[in-house]
Design a protein around this ligand. Sequence first.
Ligand code: SAH
Ligand code: SF4
Ligand code: F3S
Length: 436
Amino acid sequence: MKKLYIETYGCQMNVNDTEVVFSILAREGFERTEDIAEADVIFANTCSIRDNAEQRIWGRLDYFSTFRKSRPGVLVGILGCMAERLKDKLLDTGKVDIVAGPDAYRNLPALIAEASSGHPGINVILSREETYGDISPVRIDKGGVSAFISIMRGCNNVCSYCVVPYTRGAERSRDWRTIVREACECVEKGYREVTLLGQNVDSYLFEDVNFAKLLALVADVSPQLRVRFSTSHPKDISDEVIATMASRPNICHQIHLPVQSGNDRILEKMRRRYTREWYLGRVAKIREAMPDCGISTDAIVGFCSETEEEFRDTLSLFREVGFDSAFMFNYSERPGTLAARNYPDDVPPEVKTRRLNELIELQNNLSLESNRRDLDKVFEVLVEGPSKKGDGQLCGRNGAGKMCVWTDSEHKACDYVQVRVLDCSSATLLCELVKQ
Ligand code: SAH
Ligand code: SF4
Ligand code: F3S
């Protein structure tokens, strides 16, 4: 057996793609290794979303080169979004044998064969059809509790700052039958949770099955299976999806709803195609249907020409919504995007960082407030396994997606338990087991 080592960067979809690559290459006699020193093939599945994501990969390439030198025959490959963006520029470095974009993974056996005979292999062709729908991913999370299922690929939104439509190509939805089949396989293998993945799940459509119908189909697979999903787009999340979530006990009440900015001029410049008022309206609708729904977001600070006052609108929106958690970023110009072509990246780096720190500090307080509101409440939690600290504690998430830890010697991963919240930090609910 040849040994394959893959490092994965970027979003959950990339994690799932790595699982697809392991599956494709398992058929060719490749076995997964977590020890880079024994690998015959070393891949990095990469992300281009911000410049620092790419910088990290350049550093890793130098490290991979040491194995290429010390063990002749070892192949190094770049997969994923950075492969798609930089194409043969990666081969020009002389450090890379294989370059494969996100839609080219079925071609990897041929690319490896080519590279083994001394010819660097590249395939960065984007597809309008590829969904890897027939491939059963080889799960890399050893926990065996929770699995990712990609339901679509690509993105048609072209937000002005974003590289994804260029690295992942046009949006396409996967046949719902293969999604339901994969969810069934997960249940058979003992998984208790699936997360349906797409850049914009609300625009899922295959034949007459939209995202709300797909959610219901997956929820019907087993009452023991929890269903989550990511990412929702504020302009597209429908009342039908919200109603489906509210009516199905095994669809978790958790929505990741990236807002990006709280200011209408910036939102328009970002091409998000909703307003602050629209966003707040969607949040109100979600909370009306599911008062216990966890709502998280993404935001970018220091987008082209953002003024101090406009940034304050993001702060005030965060306060108004009271997000449970958030991912926050400095704007990073990505070559080739609409923003890079049309607007100067004119907010100085130190101003971006000051704004970012202010937003992070606010969110830490909001997360703590959100967790304090849960004191004394009882939640059903799916056990993920021992908590990081060890010391006899287990951890798992409640329906809203909050991490809970509690002392417990009776249960194990994949059990459902009831816990009561005794205390909290901004990141964790500290709980006790409720005896049933
Ligand atoms: N499809 C999702 C986002 C995927 S990218 C959506 O539409 O919300 C994840 C997050 O990275 C985005 O929500 C955004 O906050 C951030 N991001 C994307 N491009 C960026 C850039 N050029 N600079 C900084 N952050 C960016
Ligand atoms: Fe990027 Fe916008 Fe598509 Fe999200 S919806 S992936 S931010 S272009
Ligand atoms: Fe990064 Fe590509 Fe995902 S750019 S965030 S790995 S879609």
